[in-house]
Ligand binder design. Structure first.
Ligand code: C2E
Ligand code: MG
Ligand code: MG
Ligand code: MG
Length: 281
């Protein structure tokens, strides 16, 4: 009956909850050491224009965990955010992304690198200096760096966000609003915030061919971006039909498994960047 089922459910769930709390604490401890032990690494996912040229690579952090293998951000970014470890990790990502950008630039590749920045990271008083120092240390042209922010940035002082963006933009850095459409920000902020791009969240791209509502949202985002003078990037493009629908609807750039999965910098250079042999010296 319902009562015994309830008891069983309780007995079943209580130990799992316990394990997950222990695991969380252990994860946090491991993560604390991960940067120092050089267990973090960056994967890069190509972003292409209408013609299929790779114009950007998004840096996506991974953790080579000594026991659990390669972990994606979903498994440790939430713990990193809660514990504050995201600040150190974020700085490491910025440094590594600039280092990679410098190598690609030296080799003659003109692509951008996009770096995900968490709200907590962006809110640091010295965030602007951190970014500018990372660029200078690695002798990177700021115009090749793109920062991806999510709508969660808008839950705090918007004027401060705008001021920081303005300084970074004056140096040539560009900004994308990531996972657009999934947050709860007011559209009125969009006209005040100097974003260069909107990234359509992959959930809409995933659903748009089977759901009239998702298709309508995708088209509305593209129209909104166009009228605000921003480019649109679709993420999570997995099929040719999706790419065609997006192209017909006026999307500017594409990212997803159809084009290429996240991969090492070496793999990206080998298969997604033009050969430079004929380049004049
Ligand atoms: P995001 O910035 O929206 O990145 C796109 C995510 O979608 C990546 O997941 C990517 O692997 C995945 N993806 C790309 N194309 C496809 C596709 O065609 N199909 C499907 N199903 N998925 C696709 P990933 O690498 O697991 O990263 C998840 C999120 O973690 C990122 O979402 C970003 O919010 C966060 N993240 C990643 N790296 C960093 C970082 O260095 N710092 C911070 N703060 N967050 C990061
Ligand atoms: Mg992103
Ligand atoms: Mg995204
Ligand atoms: Mg996303």
């Amino acid at each position: 009956d319902a009562k015994s089922a309830g008891r069983n459910t309780f007995r079943f769930f209580a130990p799992i909850l316990q394990v997950s709390l222990d695991e969380q604490a252990r994860l946090e401890n491991d993560l604390r050491e991960a940067v120092r032990r050089q267990e973090l690494l960056l994967y890069f996912q190509p972003i292409v224009d209408e013609a299929g040229n790779t114009i950007c690579a998004e840096a996506l952090v991974r953790w080579r965990h000594p026991e659990r293998g390669l972990l994606g951000p979903a498994e440790f970014i939430p713990v990193a955010e809660k514990s504050g470890l995201i600040l150190g990790i974020g700085q490491w990502v910025m440094e590594q992304a600039c280092d990679q950008l410098a190598s690609w630039s030296l080799a003659g590749h003109a692509l951008r690198v996009a770096v995900n920045v968490s709200a907590r990271q962006f809110r640091q008083d010295d965030f602007v200096d951190q970014v500018l120092h990372a660029l200078r240390r690695n002798r990177v042209d700021p115009r090749h760096l793109k920062l991806e922010l999510t709508e969660s940035i808008l839950l705090h002082d918007v004027d401060e966000v705008i001021a920081k963006m303005a300084v970074l933009k004056a140096h040539g850095i560009c900004f994308a609003l990531d996972d657009f459409g999934t947050g709860c920000s007011s559209l009125s902020y969009l006209q005040r915030l100097p974003f260069d791009q909107l990234k359509i969240d992959k959930s809409f791209v995933h659903d748009m061919l089977g759901s009239q509502n998702a298709a309508t949202i995708v088209c509305a985002i593209i129209g909104l971006a166009a009228s605000l003078g921003m480019d649109v990037v679709a993420e999570g493009v997995e099929s040719e039909q999706q790419r065609e629908f997006l192209a017909t609807s006026g999307c500017d750039q594409y990212q997803g498994y159809l084009i290429g999965k996240p991969m090492t910098a070496e793999q990206l250079a080998l298969r997604w960047l033009p050969e430079l042999d004929s380049r004049p010296q």
